[in-house]
Design a protein around this ligand. Sequence first.
Ligand code: IMP
Length: 450
Amino acid sequence: MANTVIVGMQWGDEGKGKIVDLICPAFDAVARYQGGHNAGHTVRFGDRHFSLRLIPSGILHEGMSCVLGNGMVVAPDAFLGELEELRGAGVDETGRLSVSNRATVLLPLHVALDRARERARGAAAIGTTSRGIGPAYESKVARYGLRMVDLAAPDLEDRIAASLDVVGPQLQAHAAAGRVEEVEAGEASETDPAALADACRAWAERLAPYLADTEHLLNGWIRDGKSLLFEGAQGTLLDVDHGTFPYVTSSSSTAGGAATGTGVPPTAIDGVIGILKAYTTRVGAGPFTTELEDDTGEYLRQRGNEFGTVTGRPRRCGWLDLVAARYAQTLNGVDGIALTKLDVLDELREIKICTGYRLRGEVLHDLPAERAALEDAEPVYDTVPGWQKTTAGALELSDLPPAARDYVARIEDELGAPVLFVSTGPRREETILRHDLPELGRLTSGRLLR
Ligand code: IMP
């Protein structure tokens, strides 16, 4: 049985949702290990579309267990809202959905602070999703925040006071500078301890059936020989340690986060599947060496429908960046790649691949840590011919036009990992599965059907 991590190899939005949905049936449970409702994908269930942000899309697969790990930040109202949406669509999650009681609670005051800080940053704004992610993680690492288990704890008031001691004065300063939105009467007021305590108690009651010591649950399943899929949100270059700091999210979105974010030991993880989009996108601010601010960039955005699921923002688009992808391979040790959205490149006459960064007269092959270096680097490109044929409907690699096969082979060579999946359209069927490669069977316990 295989326990496999799914990780984004770029700046998020690589198309993880489709691949997770595709390989889910080969696993017994899915666990999210970081992030919060900043992530999101639209999922189709019957003839309905809805967006899941916190709950793994595995919940739509009958019998599949889903876990929100301790490494996540969970906004109770967002979680309960998703549950209602699921129930409305006829999904019965009874007994299949667990939330770590050690996960961090994301409160309305974190949202207010995230927004106020972004306003204060002005032109230097990170371009966050405005969901309160950074302030919630901060409350964890600074050790004043609430965990899910605290919502019903006897010292709830003390925990709330500890949060307000830190966040209250910051919000007041931002409010004095006109950077805090009006709080509507009746909302869980950001800084009113009594209202906050009432809201927490109400959430605690509704969340109680879902809260669990998920590390015991997950490790028990592993001992029972079940296969687990660890789902990372965002992408490698948004990782708080390894990404393009400070233009990152506040969690460990690399594969290593799967262990700390679920309480499953690294030795129990058997492999990693890296999701790589055939070109690059990024939402929010920050360096993006291969960005295209021209017609080709606009073509990628329209053809690839590159608009954010959570915020609707147009995504910045550019060529495939192998400097960033090689770095992602180094950090994640990807055993196999899922190459997504290859079809978006179908009509291009030529395609560029970034192989290095030119900086101050030198060519770099590794991603520099220094912010100014990342901002000043110019891409060094290899130009390859496009295939100008449709790739839709390809079921085997041999069905692809030769230039598209060369593109896939080039990625395998450069990253030193096989491409196990090639996605050529949004639908499940529009995927080449490399059943000829042993890694596919190993990472999916041989349970992924043709
Ligand atoms: P935060 O996670 O809301 O704090 O945002 C920090 C940065 O991560 C911003 O550039 C966001 O656009 C980016 N980000 C957060 N979540 C996602 C995601 O799911 N996909 C792509 N970018 C994301």
